[in-house]
Structures are given as structure tokens and as C-alpha cells.
Design a protein around this ligand. Structure first.
Ligand code: NI
Length: 218
């Protein structure tokens, strides 16, 4: 009797683990098991349109997330650098502004329409000092970035039948228009993470001398 019970328990455990292994985890590290969208029946154009609206929406959402992460930050705190080489919040904003004008929109337009011209070379690290990012006016730079982002949305909406499969080969890589658009959204995401880290530093300064240990590991 006891042996039967143990057998059932072992079997249940095996079934349970089996189910756990089959089950899709939703955390980032295990996101590979989230079922892929079935797009094989779509034509390239339909898929392109679908991707366009997805990426466009992602960019809209991340614009609002950037706005939220900048809210309430005082100009002094915006200039604070975690280390000599790490960027301040103000430097991140200046970087986003320059990237908006000189990288993603520019290069996407180049791949789609202007490949006979020269690829616009950027120097994101160099610009930080060359353009004195940390000496700029924080409120002004935020305004300028959001204006440029609105220009990008208007430009994206105005695209006529863009060929997302079209590629360009730089000395470093071959990149398609669709990939450049995806990277635009991913670039926002990367700097959102950085802004969260910088807000944590600001919060640590604001909440001194309280310990933030109870909030959880950071
Ligand atoms: Ni960047």
C-alpha cells in the first residue's frame, strides 16, 4: 500500500516536472520557448507592414518611457556621472538627440532611398566631449529630443511602400532596412535600462541616510 502510494507520488512528480519542462516560461532568459508568430503564409509585403506597425508602436511606447524616466530629475542630478567614463542622465539625453538626427532616421532613409550618397559617419563616444554634452541645458535638450522624435514619427508615417528587405553593406556589416528599424527600438530599450540605473543612483542620494536594503537586491 505504502509502496503504491510512493509510486503514485513519484509518477505525479515526474508528470509535474514533465509539464514544467514543456511549459513556457515568461522570463527574459527563457523567452525562446514563447511560440513564434506564424508568419510563413504572409507575403514579404504583408509581413513588412506588420513589422512596421509593431516597431512603430514600440518606438511610441519607449518614447513615453523615456519621458517618464526623465520626469522629476533636477538639472544638478542630471549632470551627475557615476564615474569619469559613465554617462550622466544629461549625456544620455544629448546622445539620444544626436542619434535621432544622425543615426537611425538618417541611416534608415539612406538604406531605403539614398544609397548613392555617402553613409553618414557617426562618433557617438567622441561627441560626448566634442559637443560638451554635460554642459548643455537639461530641459532644453529634453525638448529638442522629443521634437526630433516627433519628426521621426512623421517621417516614418510618410514612407511610401518601403522595402524592409533592402540592405546596405558598411565596412563593418550588412544591414537591412527592417533590421535598422528594429535596432532603433532596441536602442531606446538599451538606454531605458541605463536611465533606470541612473535613477537608482539619484534615489540613493535622495534617500540618504536610509538604507535601501529592504527594497531588495539591486
Ligand atoms: Ni546609444
Amino acid at each position: 500500500m505504502l509502496r503504491d502510494l510512493l509510486g503514485i507520488l513519484v509518477l505525479q512528480k515526474a508528470l509535474l516536472y514533465g509539464r514544467i519542462n514543456e511549459c513556457c516560461a515568461t522570463d527574459v532568459e527563457n523567452s525562446y520557448c514563447i511560440p513564434a508568430l506564424l508568419v510563413s503564409s504572409y507575403t514579404n509585403k504583408e509581413r513588412g507592414n506588420m513589422e512596421f506597425s509593431t516597431f512603430y508602436r514600440e518606438l511610441q511606447n519607449s518614447t513615453e518611457m523615456i519621458r517618464a524616466l526623465l520626469s522629476g530629475v533636477e538639472p544638478g542630478a542630471a549632470r551627475l556621472k557615476p564615474s569619469a567614463v559613465s554617462w550622466s542622465i544629461l549625456e544620455v539625453v544629448c546622445h539620444l538627440y544626436d542619434e535621432e538626427r544622425e543615426d537611425f532616421r538618417e541611416h534608415l532613409d539612406f538604406i531605403l532611398h539614398r544609397q548613392k550618397e555617402e553613409w553618414h559617419v557617426i562618433d557617438t563616444e567622441g561627441w560626448v566631449t566634442q559637443r560638451n554634452y554635460n554642459d548643455q541645458n537639461f530641459a532644453e535638450m529634453q525638448g529638442k529630443f522629443f521634437v526630433e522624435r516627433e519628426k521621426s514619427f512623421a517621417w516614418l508615417k510618410g514612407l511610401q511602400n518601403p522595402d524592409w528587405e533592402k540592405t546596405y553593406t558598411t565596412p563593418y556589416r550588412t544591414i537591412s532596412a527592417g533590421e535598422m528599424f528594429a535596432c532603433w527600438a532596441a536602442h531606446d530599450n538599451l538606454h531605458l535600462r541605463q536611465l533606470v540605473e541612473l535613477r537608482r543612483l539619484r534615489l540613493e542620494n535622495l534617500t540618504k541616510p536610509y538604507s535601501l536594503e529592504y527594497a531588495g537586491d539591486w
